[in-house]
Design a protein around this ligand. Structure first.
Ligand SMILES: Nc1ncnc2c1ncn2[C@@H]1O[C@H](COP(=O)(O)OP(=O)(O)O)[C@@H](O)[C@H]1O
Ligand SMILES: [Mg+2]
Length: 357
């Protein structure tokens, strides 16, 4: 059975430096749960607390009902994969994978069977007797992955496991990890600073900043309904447009473009706001926000345009199958209010009321 990780009011300090003040979250059984945030926000710190490599200065961490605050790492039954592989250079793939199992007193035919099964699962059977120095980064990371899973852990932890790989391998390896995790059904916490990676692999994502959790949600909600400006801007490229707010009506600065948002509370008292529009949400229309194409970049499947407008330079992306606009051409931009969010000056999303009147 897969286990639940329950973190309640966890606190972490390095000396006098409190890095995590009061953090709570629950990872569900078998879930692929990602900690996403900028460098230095405390992702590794939290992961190491779950693994038992970091002390905890307040609160509790539980695996199911069991408090594990003071349980040493080797008694937590956790499999870990790091950025720098951490495999033994003087052992073959097979020996690397067998090592952890031997520590768990597995031997004989069962040892061979389990090592062979996992070699097959991570698709490096034909490399089983090769030394890591004769393997690519992706292959070495497959060994690390195999070694973490073969011990049949209660929890799998990943700390930026793909950061050292090139772009193409990253995409390939993240599917490998995702498929293995789903097959094994092991409760997983995955750390990354890469938004796209987080969206692609996770059941749920916790967006972190400054040791705090900003939002925990499914990928599509993190993307479409960010709780605050930090989540909205961290999650992918965005345009931020200053607006006047008058009840549910907003007006874009320096223009007479007005939009109505029935997702904003009617009786709100906010006067100024920020509208966040993703590049692929703008569309070319017959009317709307006026602008001029200042630059066009062709990327194959999409084309990126920079458009000079009264609200500043905006970036928009359109599908290659659409008629292209020319540099210098005058255009109008449509804004789909159904998917665009409006934020208060202090950053809270004022347009995600589930049932605004
Ligand atoms: N061993 C340590 N001693 C003191 N400070 C640390 C230590 N490890 C991390 N920190 C500090 O804790 C904060 C969070 O770091 P970390 O968890 O590594 O962030 P992330 O993994 O999100 O990049 C940073 O300010 C970092 O400098
Ligand atoms: Mg880190």
């Amino acid at each position: 059975m897969s286990i639940v990780i329950n973190i309640e009011h966890a606190k972490k300090a390095y000396g006098n430096n409190v890095v995590i003040k009061d953090l709570s979250l629950q990872v569900k059984p078998g879930e692929f749960f990602t900690l996403l945030g900028p460098s230095g926000c405390g992702k590794t710190t939290l992961l190491r607390m779950i693994a038992g490599f970091n002390s905890i200065e307040g609160g509790t961490i539980k695996f199911d009902e069991k408090v594990i605050n003071d349980l040493p790492p080797h008694m937590r039954n956790v499999g870990m994969v790091f950025q720098n592989y951490a495999i033994f250079p003087n052992m073959t793939a097979r020996e690397n994978i067998a090592f952890g199992l031997k520590e768990h007193k597995v031997k004989g035919p069962e040892l061979s069977r389990r090592v062979n099964d996992i070699l097959k699962m991570v698709q490096i059977e034909e490399l089983a007797d090769r030394m890591p120095s004769n393997m690519s980064g992706g292959q070495q990371q497959r060994i690390a992955l195999a070694r973490a899973i073969v011990i049949d852990p209660d929890v799998l932890l990943f700390d930026e496991p793909l950061s050292n790989l090139d772009a193409k391998l990253r995409v390939e390896m993240r599917s490998v990890i995702r498929h293995l995790q789903q097959k094994a059904g092991i409760t997983t916490v995955y750390v990354t600073h890469d938004q796209e990676e987080a969206l692609a692999v996770s059941d749920r994502i916790a967006v972190m900043n400054n040791g705090d959790i900003q939002q925990v949600d499914e990928p599509i909600k993190i993307y479409r309904k960010p709780r605050n400006l930090f989540v909205a801007t961290f999650m992918g490229q965005t345009n931020i447009i200053d607006v006047d707010v008058n009840g549910q009506d907003i007006r874009l600065d320096n223009t007479d473009v007005k939009l109505h948002f029935d997702r904003i509370k009617k009786d709100n008292t906010v006067k100024r706001g920020k509208m966040v529009v993703r590049p692929n949400d703008f569309y070319f229309a017959d009317e709307g926000l006026e602008g001029v194409v200042s630059e066009r970049i062709f990327f194959g499947t999409i084309t990126t345009y920079f458009i000079s407008t009264p609200v500043g330079e905006l970036v928009i992306t359109r599908d290659v199958n659409e008629p292209m606009k020319e540099t210098g051409e005058k255009v109008h931009l449509g804004i789909p209010t159904a998917v665009v969010n409006i934020f208060e000056a202090d950053g809270n999303n004022m347009s995600i009321m589930e049932d605004a009147g």
